[in-house]
Design a protein around this ligand. Structure first.
Ligand SMILES: *Cc1c(COP(=O)(O)O)cnc(C)c1O
Length: 402
C-alpha cells in the first residue's frame, strides 16, 4: 500500500503571540496610517524600517505596500524612464517583468543556468544594451556576486536586487541585498515574513533613499522616518519626484516586527526541512538536485529539482502521480502558466526573445514549497513519494525508449 501525504503546501504557521498583541494595540488606538502619530511616538512602520536596516546592515530602509511596489519604486529611484531597457532574469516570477512594464520600460531577459542563477556569460554579452539590471534571486539561488558586481560595475550598469526569496540569506557572509545599489523584499504570505502584503527596500545611497521615500507617498512627512537620510537630502528631490502611493501601514508593520526578531530561528527550521527533502531525493535516477553555490547561505523555504531531458508528458505523469499521493509539485515547463509558474515566454507584453538554454532548463524544472507547518517526518515522506514516482516513470520511460 502506498503512503499518502495529507499536509497543505500553502498553509503557513499562525502568527506569533507577540504579533497578535501588537496588532491588537494598533487596532485599539486606530492610528493605522504610518504618519498618524502622537507626539513622541515613532510608529510601527518607522520602527520596522529601523530594525530591518539593522538586520541587513543597510543605511536606509523603506517599507512599502508590496514587494512589487518596492521594485517599482527602486527602478524609478535609480532613474529608469519610460522606454528604457532593463536587463532581468528569464527565470523569475511575474511581478518582476511586471514592475518593468509598469514603468513603460522594456525587459531584456538574460538566460538562466542549470543552477537556476543568471547566466553571467549571457549577461556580459547583453550589458551594453541597458543601464540597469534587475537581478532576481529567484527561489533563493544566489549567483557569484563578486563576478556579477565586477561585470556590472565595469559596464556602468546599476544593480537592483529582487530579494523576495533571499531575505535572511547571505553570500560569502554578506546579507543578500547588500551588493547592488538597492534591494527589494516582499512580506507577502508566501515569503519569509508574513503580513499578507508588504515590501521592504534597502539602500546605502542617500539620494536613492530620499527619492524612494518621496515616491512611496510621504506627503512631505519624511522627517517622521527613522531609517531615511536627513532633510537636506530630501531638499534636493522633493519638488521633482512624484508621489506614487505605495506605503506600508502600522498594522502590518506591527505584526512583522516580532517575526523579524524571530527570523534566524525560522531560517534554521526551513533549512532542516530542506535538508531532509534533499537527502531523501539524492541519487534518484533521472533526477538532478540543483547545486548550491559555495558562498551561498540560503533559506530553504522551497526546493527545486530538475528532470533533465525528460519529455513533457513524462514530467506531467510524475506530477499527476505525486498529486494523487498528496504531493503538490509545480512545473515551470508548461505550455501555459498554472498558478505562479509562468515563465518568460508567457510574458507576451514584454515581447521576449527566445532563450534556448533557459527553455531547456525550465522544461525539466520542478518546484515545491516547504512551509514550516511541515514536520521533518512530513518532509521525509514527501521525498519518499517523489523518489518512488520519479523512479516508476523513469523506468517506464527508459524501458520504452529501448
Ligand atoms: C513575491 C515575489 C515578488 C514580490 O511580490 P509581491 O507579491 O508584490 O510582494 C517579487 N519577486 C519574486 C521573485 C517574488 O516571488
Amino acid at each position: 500500500m502506498s503512503e499518502i501525504f495529507k499536509g497543505n503546501f500553502t498553509q503557513q504557521e499562525p502568527l506569533p503571540e507577540a504579533s497578535l498583541a501588537a496588532a491588537q494595540e494598533v487596532l485599539g488606538h486606530g492610528r493605522l496610517h504610518r504618519y498618524n502619530l502622537t507626539p513622541g511616538e515613532a510608529g510601527e512602520v518607522a520602527l520596522l524600517e529601523q530594525e530591518f536596516a539593522a538586520f541587513t546592515g543597510a543605511s536606509y530602509c523603506l517599507a512599502t505596500a508590496s514587494g512589487g511596489s518596492a521594485i517599482g519604486v527602486a527602478l524609478r529611484a535609480v532613474g529608469v524612464q519610460p522606454g528604457d531597457a532593463v536587463l532581468t532574469n528569464a527565470f523569475t516570477l511575474a511581478p518582476v517583468p511586471g514592475a518593468i512594464a509598469a514603468l513603460g520600460a522594456r525587459s531584456i531577459f538574460v538566460e538562466v543556468t542549470e543552477d537556476l542563477v543568471i547566466d553571467q556569460d549571457d549577461l556580459a554579452a547583453k550589458l551594453g544594451q541597458a543601464q540597469v539590471l534587475l537581478l532576481s534571486h529567484m527561489r533563493g539561488h544566489i549567483c557569484d556576486m563578486d563576478r556579477l558586481m565586477a561585470l556590472c560595475d565595469a559596464a556602468g550598469v546599476t544593480v537592483v536586487e529582487d530579494c523576495a526569496h533571499t531575505m535572511g540569506a547571505t553570500w560569502k557572509g554578506v546579507p543578500s541585498g547588500r551588493h547592488g545599489a538597492v534591494a527589494c523584499y516582499s512580506t507577502q504570505t508566501y515569503k519569509h515574513l508574513n503580513s499578507g502584503e508588504g515590501g521592504l527596500l534597502i539602500t546605502n545611497d542617500e539620494d536613492i533613499a530620499a527619492r524612494a521615500v518621496l515616491l512611496s507617498g510621504s506627503y512631505m512627512l519624511y522627517e517622521r522616518h527613522l531609517a531615511a537620510p536627513g532633510p537636506e537630502v530630501f531638499e534636493r528631490h522633493r519638488m521633482e519626484v512624484p508621489n506614487i502611493s505605495g506605503r506600508m501601514d502600522n498594522l502590518r508593520a506591527a505584526i512583522l516586527r516580532p517575526q523579524l526578531a524571530d527570523l534566524p530561528r525560522q531560517i534554521a527550521r526551513w533549512n532542516e526541512r530542506y535538508s531532509v527533502v534533499e537527502e531523501g531525493l539524492r541519487g534518484t535516477p533521472g533526477l538532478q538536485i540543483v547545486a548550491r553555490g559555495e558562498g551561498e547561505a540560503f533559506v530553504g523555504s522551497s526546493i527545486q529539482v530538475l528532470l533533465p531531458g525528460w519529455r513533457p508528458e513524462a514530467v506531467q505523469e510524475v506530477l499527476a502521480r505525486c498529486a494523487k499521493r498528496g504531493v503538490e509539485l509545480k512545473w515551470f515547463g508548461g505550455a501555459t502558466p498554472v498558478g505562479f509558474t509562468s515563465r518568460y515566454a508567457h510574458w507576451e507584453y514584454a515581447a521576449p526573445e527566445a532563450l534556448p538554454r533557459t527553455d531547456a532548463v525550465l522544461a525539466g524544472l520542478i518546484d515545491m514549497r516547504l512551509p514550516l507547518t511541515f514536520s521533518l517526518e512530513d518532509c521525509a515522506l514527501i521525498a519518499r513519494i517523489i523518489r518512488a514516482e520519479v523512479g516508476a516513470v523513469y523506468q517506464a520511460k527508459t524501458a520504452s525508449a529501448g
